[in-house]
Design a protein around this ligand. Sequence first.
Ligand code: COA
Ligand code: NAP
Length: 279
Amino acid sequence: MSVEPTLSVFQPNIFDGKVAFVTGGGSGICKGITEALMRHGAKAAIFSRSLDKIQDAAKSLSSATGKECIGFAGDVRSYTDLEAAMKKARDHYGKIDIVICGAAGNFLSPAENLSANGFKTVVEIDLLGTFNTAKAALPYLKESQGSLLSISATFHYMGSPLQVHCAAAKAGVDAMTKTLAVEWGHYGIRVNAIAPGPIAETVGLQKLTPKNIDYSDSLMPIQSVGKIRDIEHASLFMLGPGARFITGHILVVDGGHWLTGMGTGAPPAMWRNAGSAKL
Ligand code: COA
Ligand code: NAP
């Protein structure tokens, strides 16, 4: 049975009175998650590097949902940027209940051609950025007995070619999710992650689809790539009261993709021939 996820399966007021802080909330999957939380009652603060982009996104989220959203410019690689933005959001709204670590950077590259700085850059955005976000959020999540959700991936479940940097970073995100769940559980804080598979109409899928690969449909057990809405629904569940007893969990939302062992979708003959070209 195929169910098209057009209508919300959650009560419209499930996040009434809640405040969410979302890194990477100005575009793609995390903008979708922010909008879904706002449509279900939350107010939001979103954070990413480009001031214009984040302010435009905050405006469009507010006008789409009728809920307040403020945008902060900063880099997740900078702890002080996050500390300052989080404090401003807490001062503005009076609390922060939900924190989403969604900011990420990625590109395809054979490890052989990846510079040390290229590896470091992705690990710093995806892994250190997640730690910085979680650490800066801790005082506020303690106050609210709130919830932290990271956006991971499935590249590290197998040997996904062209993804050594991101796979290493997201493996770290998963490890951190489990450790923080154990360390922070006694504060009443839940710590979880979602691991999306290929999601249509995102920068991620656009950047990570190797040339000559038709990522859609035939590579997917359920015969289609995912939609941002699929990740929205999973996030609403993981952040809502229905998941009260779930912590330290990484929820795979990928239509069964990783089980096929296809990784980035690039079969060995193709990535071996990638040579030194930047894909
Ligand atoms: N292939 C190989 N190396 C690459 C590369 C590519 N396609 N793109 C960048 N790099 C290397 C650079 O050459 C540089 O290394 P060097 O100094 O040894 O030359 C290093 O990565 C840093 O690049 P820079 O452009 O300075 O990084 P940045 O901090 O400005 O940008 C990125 C970070 C590269 C991850 C950029 O793609 C980005 O900002 N992405 C955000 C959006 C995104 O990726 N979304 C998808 C999420 S899944
Ligand atoms: P996206 O739209 O490019 O989202 C990434 C966001 O992170 C952007 O808004 C970007 O904004 C922000 N960002 C990047 N570097 C940053 C930095 N240093 N500091 C602060 N913000 C930064 O991509 P997406 O495809 O929706 O990906 C969202 C999340 O899903 C990521 O965690 C990604 O790894 C994960 N994911 C995606 C897929 C997929 O199919 N798309 C699959 C698996 C996992 P600025 O550039 O303005 O800073």
